[in-house]
Design a protein around this ligand. Sequence first.
Ligand code: SF4
Length: 296
Amino acid sequence: MPGQEYKNVHYAYRDSNGNLYPPFPVDPVKLTGYTQSIVCREIDGIPCRKYTDFYAVGVYGGIATAYSVGCNFRCIFCWVDWSRDWPEKYGHFYSPRNVYTKLRQIMKSKGLRKARISGAESTICPHHLCEVLKLVHKDADDFDLFVIETNGIVISQEKTLASRLEEFASKKNTQTVGHVRLSIRGGLPDAYTAKTGCIPESVDLPFIAAERLWKAGVSFHVAVVVDQRFTSTDEKKIIYDRLYKINPSIRYSVEEEYLDPYPHALVRLRAAGRVDVTGKSINKKEQTVLLKRPPL
Ligand code: SF4
């Protein structure tokens, strides 16, 4: 099994001297391999993926959401539940047809025309994702939007993925309803590592993904955490300058993100030594999610 050394990677901890406990920082490419071995599975020749839930939320003006399992980053401010850190313990396998049917049921019952895969890294099982997108594309008239949320690592590694996504999320072809939301977490290697738990050498990978999406003509925009508690003015400028160099329109369409520390995020931030964000005392919501956490 690839990336076995990451079997026990949950979330990043720092000791009293501020040093990360091994195996952090992790290599997100190796972590991709390990996570894929847990959450992507071919069943009877069909590419399936693990999900924990399907529901509707108010963001994007109301959107049906498939909550998937498995990410190749370990962001300290991540709001996702423990399925991110223990993908082997959570979720069930769903075929693309199952996922599509569930999303359509939710859209119908709530009167919605938008859907997305969220909760984790949507591209980590690329064949599964493209099969879901194929189904969406067949019924494109029923959708205003299908959002593909990603941190870009898989797109930076799989050369053909950006052009495969363009079939369903095209800047030019107005018949497609897909749209990629690419999160770029950092521009300075050390700051990026502090936020994502990933090795500093991987800081360029999300920018490679942005370049590939741009060249392939994919409909996408970049989201950047501009919250000063995590991204300094200097780092923000570096990120924006790099995006501008790919194309000015990417820089000018950045979605600026400010973070709400949800309960799981509070636990992760505290473990990473960010008491400046969490506050000293543990609140009730944080206690509740800690009680539900699998043993470390
Ligand atoms: S990329 Fe998103 S899902 Fe993955 S760890 Fe970071 S915030 Fe969580």
